[in-house]
Write a protein that binds this ligand. Structure first.
Ligand code: SF4
Ligand code: FES
Length: 149
């Protein structure tokens, strides 16, 4: 089993975690805050290039769990990402990303062929291109594969 890569960046006040396996390259972060999220550079997150508030707003807008954040001071409450479905109050939806994954927004579990539960009641991005190394979930490989559909 391959080790999952996790990168963390801190400005002293908050820490931002990036999990590349869950990044679907939806481009939300670098469109919203290009001074911080620079995919062509290493490290690609310039954590000191914007205010904490703006970084939090952008991390919250990431459509997957690829970007998450928390306050370094454990006495400060870190709100959960807004898109999480705590309860099944919303209408279920399946959305196809152009040239990308299928987004399932519903209170359902993803179960593999052996009956193992892979994800419970969370937003899920299912690979449509066949190139993900984290199947059945999208890992952003559709971008490098040049998937069209
Ligand atoms: S999935 Fe999240 S981390 Fe990846 S590009 Fe989109 S907003 Fe950025
Ligand atoms: S659709 Fe994203 S990796 Fe296949």
């Amino acid at each position: 089993m391959r080790t999952k890569i996790v990168k963390e960046y801190t400005n002293g006040e908050i820490t931002v975690r990036w999990k590349p396996d869950e990044c679907i390259h939806a481009t939300t972060c670098f469109k919203m805050l290009p001074e911080v999220f620079k995919p062509a550079e290493r490290p690609w997150v310039k954590i000191n290039a914007a205010s904490t508030e703006k970084i939090i707003e952008t991390v919250e807008a990431c459509p997957t769990d690829a970007l998450t954040w928390w306050y370094n001071d454990s006495n400060r409450k870190t709100e959960k990402k807004y898109f999480k479905m705590a309860e099944n109050k919303e209408k279920a939806q399946v959305k196809i990303f152009e040239n990308g994954p299928m987004h399932i927004h519903a209170n359902v579990d993803v179960v593999d062929a052996n009956g193992k539960i892979l994800k419970v009641n969370e937003d899920k991005y299912i690979c449509r291109c066949g190139h993900s190394k984290n199947k059945p979930f999208c890992d952003g490989s559709h971008m490098t594969a040049g998937f069209k559909g």
